[in-house]
Write a protein that binds this ligand. Structure first.
Ligand code: NAD
Length: 494
């Protein structure tokens, strides 16, 4: 069988079949790619349960790392993470170690061939994959208070936003929606929204919109057909991409890509489905969709179209695995391998009702970060204090007495709410206080408020005085002005 010319040097890719249904769907997918004469050679590695149980806490052996780092692409089956503590998520390890900054999850429906409430849905969620609350920096600071650090960077944000616009342009999409919570997180989510607006101006042909994540998620759940490409931060993307995947009808349908600058990983969104493993029941579509994304990524758009169109023909012909089988619509209940065989038999055909697949492989544009020249001035410090036995006024008096002449106490908040000066007795207080200190030269009554600079040495000096006064500082956070603009939020009521 020859559908495409095959005079291209093969791409060597890493193949990790994974656990549970992983090996079955991997076999099915590879048989289709081979039949489509995709110029690909596989180097197989073992990741997942066996590696975990052999004592590799991240589910990957040193040998697998060597292969993985050599090849540009990893096609990965789902893996089983053993129960119990001490096992680290392989996916998180791969994302962070390999710098897989973009998670791309297309979710579309195949109406009327696969049951769905949203016939017109065709959404791609592009999620930032390395930053945000997933940086995994957590601390318990006091008996009452636990903290998780939300890190959002300028280069990380530029990279994902630009990727989303480039993806939309290369794939014939018309709209990109940015989902953020910048009404509350003005600095972090504000940076994401501002970057979206700034970079979006370079893409005049695309419609751009910014929505607040809460109402955005509600709308995605009810009217997913309103959305085209969505770009968002890590945590929101994690949630919203599960919402969109669920709306398509089966977890067995959606693939995903984790894009890095040097290495990228492609995998189904579902897990290893131990309940059906070994029964030839699993739907290989999701992994096949991941493989199609991989082909486009490798510059093999024509092979990707060949495979995708054969898949669409198979679904149109009613040849369905058990997860999407419906009396009256389906014509044949197929096992995993029979489904793959049906796709192979349809290579070269075009779908008649579902839209024909047309892909374009766009060469990845390397991202070069140019750190802006910004003047940074230290203008204060937030000391986070652990204190369980003082009222806000008593604590403020103790802080003022200890730091007199070094720094000026401007405000005290508890869980972000101002409790001094002029707090409300109704405010519930924990043992964790944010105490904001500024220059003694600052006039807190001035309009607009100016923050005079302070010398860095004032901070350890004040810390030493607080320590000597028996006040326990659990964390310090410097306050900076960037080109004169506040690089910190105000306390509620400040
Ligand atoms: P799951 O996605 O494996 O299964 C959920 C349900 O969907 C099950 O009923 C299953 O039979 C069905 N299902 C999943 N894939 C299917 C397919 N291709 N065709 C037909 N039906 C399919 O989720 P789970 O049961 O919560 O997790 C099982 C294991 O997978 C766990 O160990 C989990 O940690 C792991 N997991 C791995 C990944 C990954 O490797 N990327 C992702 C999610 C879960």
């Amino acid at each position: 069988m020859s559908h495409t010319p095959n005079d291209i040097t093969p791409h060597v890719i890493t193949l990790a079949p994974g656990d549970g249904i992983g090996p079955e769907i991997t076999r099915a997918v590879c048989s289709i790619l081979d039949a489509a004469q995709c110029p690909i050679r596989y180097e197989e590695v073992e990741v997942g349960e066996k590696a975990y149980l052999a004592g590799h806490s991240s589910g990957i052996t040193p040998e697998a790392w060597t292969v993985l780092r050599k090849n540009p692409v990893l096609l990965k089956g789902p893996i089983t993470t053993p129960q119990g503590s001490g096992y680290k998520s392989l996916n998180v390890t791969l994302r962070k170690t390999l710098g897989l900054f973009a998670n791309v999850r297309p979710c579309r429906t195949y109406h009327p061939f696969v049951a769905t409430r949203h016939p017109g849905m065709d959404v791609v969620v592009i999620r930032e994959n390395e930053e945000d609350l997933y940086a995994g920096i957590e601390h318990r600071q006091t008996v009452d208070t636990f903290q998780c650090l939300k890190l959002v960077t300028l280069p990380g944000t530029e990279k994902i936003v630009r990727y989303a616009f480039d993806y939309a342009s290369a794939n014939g999409r018309r709209k990109v929606t940015c989902l953020v919570k910048d009404n509350i997180m003005k600095l972090t989510d504000g940076l994401f929204a501002d970057t979206f607006r700034r970079i979006g101006a370079e893409y005049p042909d695309l419609v751009k919109e910014v929505q607040i994540i809460d109402i955005g998620t509600a709308r995605v759940a009810v009217q997913p057909e309103r959305y085209d490409v969505i770009v968002t931060l890590n945590l929101y993307g994690d949630i919203i991409s599960d919402v969109t995947a669920e709306l398509t009808g089966s977890v067995g349908l959606a693939g995903s890509a984790n894009i890095g600058e040097r290495i990228s990983m492609f995998e189904a969104i579902h897990g290893s489905a131990p309940d059906i493993a070994g029964h030839d029941k699993a739907n290989p579509t999701a992994m096949l969709q991941s493989a199609v994304m991989m082909l486009v990524h490798l510059g093999l758009a024509k092979h990707a179209e060949l495979v995708q169109n054969a898949l669409l023909c198979t679904l149109e012909d009613g040849i369905h695995t058990v997860d999407i089988y419906r009396e009256g619509v389906s014509t044949q209940l197929a096992g995993t391998q029979a489904f793959a065989q049906a796709v192979i038999e349809r290579l070269g055909r075009q779908p008649t009702k579902l839209p024909t697949a047309a892909f374009q492989s766009a060469a990845a544009k390397p991202y070069v970060y140019e750190r802006p020249a910004v003047r940074r001035e230290l203008c204060g410090v937030d000391f986070f204090v652990c204190s369980a036995d003082k009222s806000p006024d008593a604590l403020a008096a103790a802080l003022q007495a200890a730091t007199s002449g070094v720094l000026q106490l401007k405000l005290v908040t508890n869980r972000g709410v101002k409790v001094w000066p002029e707090g409300f007795p109704e405010t519930f207080c924990t043992d964790h206080w944010r105490c904001r200190f500024v220059s003694p030269a600052m006039n807190p009554a001035e309009e607009p408020l100016a923050y005079p600079p302070i010398e860095a040495s004032r901070i350890p000096e004040a810390l030493a005085k607080l320590h000597a006064a028996g006040i326990e500082v659990v964390k310090t956070e410097n306050l900076y002005l960037f080109d004169g603009k506040r690089g910190f939020s105000l306390g509620q009521g400040e």
